[in-house]
Write a protein that binds this ligand. Structure first.
Ligand code: GAR
Length: 205
């Protein structure tokens, strides 16, 4: 039986969610898994520095260096398989994965999304755009969702959600920050531990 699931975190940017995962492992919130790899599709992602500082192996696979999406995904899969990864955590990874990819790792990929799915999600809803759309609609509550990743963008089974109040005068930036602090950085580590536990025990979530 597995003692700890090997986790790969896939990133594209600043990596504050990655940092929350690193901190959660350090303080024992994540104990059924170990972050073994951080993979970025951008060589300039600050998340890579966070990983290096924590002594975690990093890999960069850039789409512009590949002949197309199929090769891009093949290269990522090669790395994940070489490292024997059990769980892939998308933490601000800004590419949509094809069905070929998601089917290979069914129930082994999770993603954090900065809204309460099914609101403000799917293709085109990423990063600040999500909060712009929420403010434009005028919702009074938003939040974050951690879900399994399947072939439908943001359409996989929901694992955890947390609501966050939208305040008068919020900008996309202030709302993004509050949702990160109050929701994403909390539920992503908790959901990661829950999925790792189920992998280690051989159960489904
Ligand atoms: C986070 O808010 C994450 O939920 C969002 O991008 C940000 C990445 O921040 N992801 C998506 O929008 C995916 N659809 P980080 O790099 O500081 O973790």
């Amino acid at each position: 039986m597995l003692k700890q699931a090997k986790i790969a975190v896939m990133v594209s940017g600043g990596g504050t969610n990655l940092q929350a995962l690193i901190d959660a492992e350090a303080n024992g919130i994540i104990r059924s898994g170990k972050i073994s790899l951080v993979l970025s599709n951008k060589s300039t992602a600050y998340a890579l520095e966070r990983a290096a500082r924590a002594g975690i192996k990093t890999e960069v696979v850039e789409k512009r260096m590949c002949s197309g999406n199929a090769e891009f995904e093949d290269r990522i899969m090669e790395v994940l398989d070489r490292e024997g990864i059990d769980l892939i955590v998308l933490a601000g990874f800004m590419c949509i994965l094809s069905e070929r990819f998601t089917a290979k790792y069914a129930e082994r990929i999770i993603n954090v999304h900065p809204s309460l799915i099914p609101s403000f999600c799917g293709e085109g809803f990423y990063g600040l755009h999500v909060h712009e759309a929420a403010l434009a609609y005028g919702v009074k509550v938003s939040g974050a969702t951690v879900h399994f990743v399947n072939e439908i963008p943001d359409g996989g089974k929901i694992i955890m959600q947390k609501a966050v109040e939208v305040k008068e005068g919020d900008t996309p930036e202030t709302l993004q920050r509050r949702i990160m602090e109050e929701a994403e950085w909390k539920i992503l580590p908790l959901a990661t531990e829950a999925v790792c536990q189920s992998i280690v025990r051989g159960e489904s979530v």
